[in-house]
Design a protein around this ligand. Structure first.
Ligand code: 3PG
Length: 209
């Protein structure tokens, strides 16, 4: 499964936080049923590694499972060892990049300045998470960055939802948007997986998917 291809097709990258590992399967099912077969499972909870493993083992053939909020090489190793097909970090980490390059797994670093983007390019990366998108100037900043970095594509994340996603997706260099609006903590914790399916379907409809 080519991570970039799937991300380009689906256009939405759900940023997922799993507190109870038993929520992994119903949550992955909900994302697939809702037509968004991607999960960026974040290292914001103790069970992230286990959740990535379970999601990869059970859904690896029908969805793109990746790791998010990866802030050091140790987490990157845990992510790739447990089946993550892409690794996302809030900033750029050379140590994380090294692990991903060695494993042949796509690395999507968070960059918001030209210097950060150049550091990512120097390590061979072309997909940038622009985060937190709304705080760093959103669409206007990404358009300005796309002039010198014509080869780079962006996944803006942070403050994006069904109301503004199309403003971002209208920009040529933006291949997808990330966000947590369809997988809100409260919905996962309360087991409202049907509601998650509904919000995912609405999001797909909004982007014309
Ligand atoms: C992330 O780490 O990507 C963000 O927490 C997602 O941002 P959002 O919650 O504003 O969608």
């Amino acid at each position: 499964m080519n991570a970039r291809k799937v991300i380009e097709e689906v256009k939405i990258v759900p940023v997922v936080k799993i507190d109870n590992v038993s929520d992994t399967i119903p949550l992955m099912n909900a994302l697939c049923e809702g037509g968004i077969p991607i999960a960026e499972i974040t290292f914001r909870t103790a069970c992230a590694t286990e959740a990535i493993k379970i999601a990869s083992q059970n859904f690896g053939d029908k969805m793109l499972v990746g790791a998010g909020t990866v802030i050091n090489a140790e987490q990157a190793k845990l992510a790739v060892e447990n089946g993550a097909k892409f690794v996302v970090s809030p900033g750029f980490g050379k140590d994380i990049s090294d692990v991903c390059v060695a494993a042949g797994v796509a690395y999507v670093p968070g960059c918001v300045t030209p210097t950060e983007i150049m550091a990512a390019i120097a390590c061979g990366h072309k997909i940038i998470k622009f985060f937190p998108a709304s705080n760093y100037g959103g669409v206007a900043t990404i358009k300005a960055l796309s002039a010198p970095f014509g080869d780079i594509v962006f996944i803006p994340t942070g403050g994006i939802n069904a109301n503004n996603i199309n403003d971002f997706l209208a920009v040529k260099s933006i291949i997808a948007c990330g966000g947590s609006w369809m997988v809100k903590d409260s919905l996962v914790k309360e087991g409202k997986f049907d509601e998650i399916v509904k919000i995912c379907k609405e999001a797909r409809a909004v982007i014309g998917g």
